[in-house]
Design a protein around this ligand. Structure first.
Ligand code: TRP
Ligand code: ZN
Length: 468
């Protein structure tokens, strides 16, 4: 197609018009621009990437604990959200063997955690595309800004993959930000005799030639920080709740005795949670219990929370509550963490209230009057604006976050608050939400009530609010 000759001599055209015609001269040829190298998260600006959405991850991996070597191929199905000449994936460590886009070899280069892929041809906005990355190596353990360890954690006879907040880039390339959720298929091959447990549903397991290959399917959208893989020697138990929900637990034999009673509570905790929060958003549940010391924290990995040693009932309640708050409705940015931890902590308070323990009011009052004796940082910053990435898992996010919810409960009344617990997450089921979405939602629930002071003092205010 030829461009028509200018009707007016260039000398007579204003500069702005000239510029515009110079820009449109690119039409029909190369049209895309590179996608962003980060999503400008307030705490992890390089996490995630611009220009596309991942809809599905297919990970085909093999791991040998003796050599600590992981190898495999990640196949991502994505949709371009702009015309793309290049796009980034996040991958920290490991060696790349080959990258393809749409079946054609693509050029790539790396700087830090950013893997830049240049497809053979530009990708059109709105088009679906498939990228494969073949890679291998010894995955990294990443130290969080708060000093805790995540990513890939080798254990005595296997390894653990834990991803909050940025650990998943240690074991597979992706768009590693909570705002981009996707479905997953994971195939993992390990030496015979070991188990490999992940999220979702176990769809196949086959042993041949001294190696066992297990496949896991996660149909519901999952944020990549909730993806897990636990490789090791586990006692596996598969049952169903009285309602028919599959329960799949994997327990390190050294923790079997200490875990038996608390894991037997899973059906009761699930039943109470469904009564309190509404229908469970996923197709199976369970737990992974590893040895104490392999990881320093529990994590609400989707379907199957992870515990470093046998949990107590409160921790089990907390991690299962996250399946509704955090895993189904996921924070849009890491600033919105209190929407995860405030709800999961409040779930512990409600469990106590409903099971003959302290009322949530008493828990709130105790925290208000002498909470700083237990949590010396309780009033250090407001839940809606954590002071830095190093403090995302501190008590202002957890305990003070739960206190915000208790203030909302006081203002709404119990009946409306119970409705909030059931409907807030369904409004964003399998999606994402931020703090503004939450405050707007609450204000719409009770338009006649004033929540302004709660947001100003409890959610965003510095220091200890003046009145309980
Ligand atoms: N989300 C976990 C929980 O409450 C705790 C946690 C583990 C965490 N790793 C983290 C919180 C990293 C923030 C950042 O059970
Ligand atoms: Zn939590």
């Amino acid at each position: 197609m030829s461009r028509s000759a200018p009707l007016v001599p260039a000398a007579l055209l204003p500069a702005a018009l000239l510029l515009a015609s110079a820009l449109t001269a690119c039409d029909g040829g190369v049209h895309g621009t590179p996608g962003g190298s980060g999503l400008r998260d307030p705490y992890f600006p390089k996490a995630g990437n611009g220009g596309y959405d991942v809809t599905h991850y297919a990970l085909a991996l093999a791991y040998d604990p003796d050599t600590e070597r992981l190898s495999g191929t990640a196949t991502l199905t994505a949709r371009a959200t702009q015309d793309l000449s290049a796009f980034n994936l996040d991958l920290d460590g490991l060696d790349i063997e080959k990258v393809t886009v749409g079946g054609d070899r693509a050029r790539w280069n790396r700087t830090g955690q950013e893997l830049t892929v240049r497809p053979h041809e530009d990708l059109d906005e709105g088009s679906a595309f498939r990228v494969t990355v073949a890679y291998s190596g010894t995955p990294k353990t990443i130290t969080d800004p708060d000093g805790s360890e995540e990513g890939w954690l080798p254990t005595e006879n296997g390894a653990l993959a834990l991803g909050e907040p940025t650990g998943s880039m240690a074991w597979f390339p992706g768009n590693h930000h909570p705002s981009d959720k996707a479905s997953y298929d994971l195939t993992i091959t390990v030496p015979e005799g070991l188990q490999a447990v992940s999220n979702g549903d176990l769809t196949a397991s086959r042993t041949s030639g001294g190696r066992t290959t297990t496949t896991w399917h996660t149909a519901e959208p999952m944020a990549s920080y909730l993806a897990t893989l636990a490789i090791g020697d586990y006692d596996i138990h598969r049952t169903t709740t009285p309602d028919g929900l599959p329960v799949h637990t994997a327990v390190d034999p050294a923790q079997a005795e200490a875990s038996r009673k608390v894991l037997a509570q899973i059906p009761a905790v699930m039943a109470w949670s469904e009564d309190t929060f509404g229908p469970y958003p996923f197709s199976s549940t369970g737990a992974i219990v590893d040895r104490e010391g392999d990881a320093g924290y529990a994590l609400e990995t989707q379907n199957r929370p992870f515990f470093p040693g046998a949990p107590d009932t409160e921790t089990l309640v907390h991690e299962l509550a996250h399946q509704w708050y955090g895993d189904s409705v996921t924070p849009k940015t890491w600033r919105d963490m209190w929407l995860n931890e405030g709800f999961a902590t409040y779930a512990e308070w409600l469990w106590a209230e409903d099971h003959g323990g302290d009322s949530a009011q008493k828990t709130f009052d105790d925290l208000y009057t002498h909470g700083e004796d237990v949590y010396d940082d309780l009033w250090d910053f407001p839940p809606g604006k954590p002071s830095s990435a190093a403090h995302l898992s501190d008590s202002p996010v957890y305990q003070r976050g739960a206190m915000v919810l208790h203030k909302v409960r006081q203002r709404l009344g119990d009946t409306a608050f119970r409705a909030l617990l059931r409907h807030w997450h369904t409004t964003h089921r399998h999606g994402t939400a931020d703090t503004d979405d939450f405050t707007t939602y609450v204000e719409r629930l009770a338009p006649d009530k004033d929540f302004g002071p709660i947001w100003e003092e409890w959610l965003y205010g510095d220091g200890k609010p003046e009145r309980a």
